[in-house]
Ligand binder design. Sequence first.
Ligand code: GAP
Length: 488
Amino acid sequence: MENMAAPDLFEKIVSLCKRRGFIVQSSEIYGGLPATYDYGPLGVELKRNLTTRWWHAMTRRHPNIEGLDAAILMHPTVWKASGHVDAFKDPLIDDKASKMRYRADTLIEDQIARLRKKKKTQKADALAEAYAAAMNAENMCDELYKVIVEHEIKSPDSGSKDWTEVRQFNMMFSTRLGAVDKDATEIYLRPETAQGIFVNFNYVRDVSRQAIPFGIAQMGKAFRNEIVARQFVFRMREFEQMELQYFVKPGTQMEAYEEWKEKRLQWHCDNGVRPERLRFADHVKLAHYADAAVDIEYDFPIGWKEIEGIHSRTDYDLSAHQEHSGKKLEYFDTQTKERFIPYVVETSAGVDRSILMVLCDAYEEEKLENDTRVVLHLHPKLAPYTAAIFPLVKKEGMPEVAHAIEADLREDLNCFYDEKGAVGRRYRRMDEAGTPYCVTIDGQTLEDGTVTVRERDSMNQERVSKDKLLPYLQDQIRAYKPSFSADK
Ligand code: GAP
């Protein structure tokens, strides 16, 4: 169900991301490259904090999960074996009038959302039914074309209904390996990190001596030539994934699948995301190699959308790589003396979508008595800066004390130092950056060695000895519970 309650909320978050240095379009000085983005000073800190938390949750907390960092460029046969060369395709359609190209499925989905928004429920239901049937049909492209024509869907740009037929388009970016063009081999930028794990299955098992069940975790860039390039970092052409392949004995995959569903949902909640804005959405149509698949969805201002997939992929990938490489990818169970190709449960989360989710979840325009403040209620473990240090005035000795406190905290926490402007304005800038604690140094600090700590969500202030500041902040971070003005 699309959530259209706050149509400009998404735009406000995109604008804040640019203005405050979280995220900006790539190559902006040249007019930008569509669907590619750069993380600015605050964004890169947030991204590092999030990916470090994922890494710790997966590898450090699970002795039976090993890490990996495989190359982006891989042998071209990998993508033949994985099915990406033949099947990693989107159904595309062209508007003959404007020559613009669209994804046929997205055109229909957008039309369903528009009809629902206009409360044309019967029409929306009929279209949704026809769409579901077309997606499940053998001749999917022909059926999607029929749905677009019969339901008179117009081109979003020209308003024309003069469409080409629907064709499949491979989403992998290719490049050429080799110095001489005529001898160069066509290779691909990986469209997912998972295949790097499958082809290293024997290697990681041998060097780590792990016994099944065990997992391999990897995060890194992936590339897809997405046709629908909008919705900010939700759909990018270059993005980052955090993936786990968990290898199990055939027959035990459902147990692992259920376990990982819960663990992954909990991880997002542990990042401070409100549980009521998260849900599971089972895949209606399973890929031919999967025996179960579910998405974790978040209720974005642009509707419920996938942030992570959990898939039970059977032995499809290892079997395919065994066949194409000619190398055995089996496991020998020394206890039962059985030899088998392991089954795989995969968890695959998008870094950029997770970042967008925590930003959307954290964003609040809070009404105060005489004012409104924009505040990001980011979890302190994710926030780009944990603490801001504010000497109240540039009185003799005060900046020195403030810098000494800053240097002390910087050993353990990322800090921001600001001695300019009214303190109220400094607080507001840190609220927008999601900084959970502001430490002010004033005249009393010079007398008794105490500072004021202002907590972002409640705006409560407490006087703390500067010598006990670090353990005080660490206790606060450990005990942190997100609180929005609506919850107060
Ligand atoms: N190995 C399985 C796999 O790649 P997927 O559902 O295609 O599965 C997993 O992708 C996750 O990667 C998605 O849930 C999403 O968070 C992220 N993702 C996929 N395509 C993306 C894109 N174009 N832009 C940003 N994130 C994307």
